[in-house]
Design a protein around this ligand. Structure first.
Ligand code: IMP
Length: 197
């Protein structure tokens, strides 16, 4: 299937390709007048609401004729820290841009409970029908920045079962075997072409 991903994040695009292309899908970037779309994010604490709003906005940006032969993918994701009641959550992107990794490490410096999770909500729109799937990756926050791979919080996020290796220290394919995004995309892919028995 031809899947057009509406995102301004090139790392998310790479991860979607890493995941969906081996499953037989072509993944392209949605460009509107040569640029990735700019979404207005609604004020809400729910990733699901943001993802559904992004999918509505993406559909409105594309004409019916362009929609007829492809599926549109949108995704919203974030880091949820248990001891901070889920902060930064839907504000992950803003918090990363403002206080960054060092700011999060500072807020967490005295905290013993370092459990957290990444969550992703992926929405695929095919022929006007929305398919929504979620993915969660549990892990813990490291005490320091480790590695330069991935994006966002990856250098301080250590997924459970990784032998203390952060996402920032993994290759894209290693990350996708754990990742929240990988799980939501796998579920979407199964929804459009269920695995054969
Ligand atoms: P949005 O989905 O574009 O609103 O951005 C989600 C934000 O959450 C990103 O900008 C990152 O800061 C963070 N985030 C979500 N998924 C990941 C991931 O896989 N690695 C690192 N940071 C992530």
């Amino acid at each position: 299937m031809r899947i057009v991903f509406a995102t301004g994040n090139s790392k998310k695009l790479d991860e979607a390709r890493e995941y969906l292309e081996p499953l037989g899908h072509d993944v392209e970037l949605l460009l509107i007048e040569g640029k990735p779309p700019d979404f207005i994010e609604p004020q809400t604490s729910e990733l699901m609401e943001v993802a559904l709003s992004k999918s509505d906005q993406a559909i409105n940006m594309i004409s019916d004729s362009e929609l007829s032969d492809c599926a549109i993918l949108v995704e919203d994701s974030g880091l949820f820290i248990d001891s901070l009641n889920g902060f930064p959550g839907v504000y992950s992107s803003y918090v990363f841009r403002t206080i960054g990794l060092s700011g999060i490490l500072r807020i967490m410096s005295e905290e013993i409970d370092r459990n957290c999770e990444y969550r992703a909500v992926s929405v695929l729109v095919i022929n006007g029908k929305r398919i929504v799937r979620t993915g969660v990756c549990r892990g813990k926050l490291g005490n320091e920045i480790s590695g330069q791979g991935g994006f966002g919080y990856d250098p301080i996020f250590i997924p459970n079962g990784s032998n203390e290796v952060s996402f920032g220290q993994m290759s894209e394919s290693e990350k996708s075997s754990f990742s929240h995004r990988g799980k939501s995309l796998k579920a979407l892919s199964e929804a459009i072409s269920p695995p054969s028995m």
